[in-house]
Design a protein around this ligand. Structure first.
Ligand code: SAM
Length: 273
């Protein structure tokens, strides 16, 4: 019998709780790939802190850098402006939330959503140590984002959507929380279109961010169905045969009615200004 999506989510939660405890000095665990905390020689540079430049790493608490388990650097590709509201899906130890909070400045806000208590505690400590105050870490699922409709300017994420057991729900939720014209700039593992799901699973585990990856075409069509335009999926580095670290960018359509998509009214008081 296969693993149910609830069981798979529980395995993901356990894996990343373990990784957070390792960074906090309470025992060992690993993240994406074979894990930046225990990467094989061949994997150095494909996941984790090596994907951030020295200046960014130098301006962060050590634990935030150590807890970096992503497959890219979404803050390097997302176009962030002072005063904007940014949301990081699967914020882990908080590295991208802290970097984003500095980019949007004191008039902006950076939210992180994560389902793992140990990661949320680590991220809160890291934000305190970094001295950033315009951050909020929320416990929740990226399939049911705990923020109102139309309340976010930019959604970022780093190596998390591949871990979701319901990717259409994640993409629909991103579209719901973004304001019309809002931007998506994420890093994720993405497969060549030629690889069937079973072939992706031969290349690595689900909790290790490989088996659950979408292909480029699946990402593009999923984003289009959720109401995005100007979609691009750019491969940056190979993480396994036919599997890539990728930058995914898109813009939420400003005219959902023209595309036959539901028009979501922003919740009262949501958004900036
Ligand atoms: C590979 S780590 C990446 C963490 C962080 N983005 C980074 O770059 O270091 C994945 C994170 O996503 C969280 N996560 C995975 N699936 C999730 C889901 N469905 N809802 C909320 N959080 C999730 C995990 O708890 C973990 O903190």
């Amino acid at each position: 019998m296969g693993t149910s999506s609830e069981e798979l989510r529980e395995q993901v939660r356990a894996r990343y709780a373990d990784a957070a405890r390792a960074v906090a000095g309470e025992g060992g665990g690993c993240g994406c790939g074979s894990g930046s905390c225990c990467a094989e020689e061949a994997e150095v540079g494909k996941f984790g802190e090596a994907l951030y430049d020295a200046e960014q790493r130098g301006a962060l608490p050590d634990a935030a850098v150590l807890a970096s388990l992503g497959c890219g650097n979404p803050t390097a590709v997302a176009d962030l402006h002072q005063g904007e509201t940014v949301l990081d899906l699967g914020s882990g130890g908080g590295i991208d939330v802290i970097l984003s909070a500095r980019r949007v400045g004191p008039t902006g806000t950076a939210y992180g959503v994560d389902m793992t208590d140990e990661m949320l505690a680590l991220a809160q400590q890291n934000a305190r140590d970094a001295g950033v105050r315009n951050v909020h870490f929320l416990k929740g699922l990226i399939e049911q984002i705990p923020l109102p409709a139309g309340s976010v300017d930019v959604v970022i994420s780093n190596c998390v959507i591949n871990l979701s057991t319901d990717k259409p729900a994640v993409l629909t939720e991103i579209a719901r929380v973004l304001r019309p014209g809002g931007r998506l700039g994420i890093s994720d593992v993405v497969a060549d279109d030629s690889l069937a799901p079973a072939e992706r699973a031969q290349r690595g585990s689900y909790v290790g961010c490989i088996a659950g990856a979408l292909s480029r075409g699946e990402y593009e069509s999923g984003l289009e169905a959720a109401g995005f335009e100007h979609i691009s999926v750019e491969f940056t580095h190979e993480v396994a045969d036919g599997m890539h670290g990728a930058i995914v960018k898109a813009v939420k359509t400003s005219h959902p009615e023209e595309k036959g998509l539901p028009v979501v009214q922003p919740a009262a008081g949501a958004g900036c200004c």
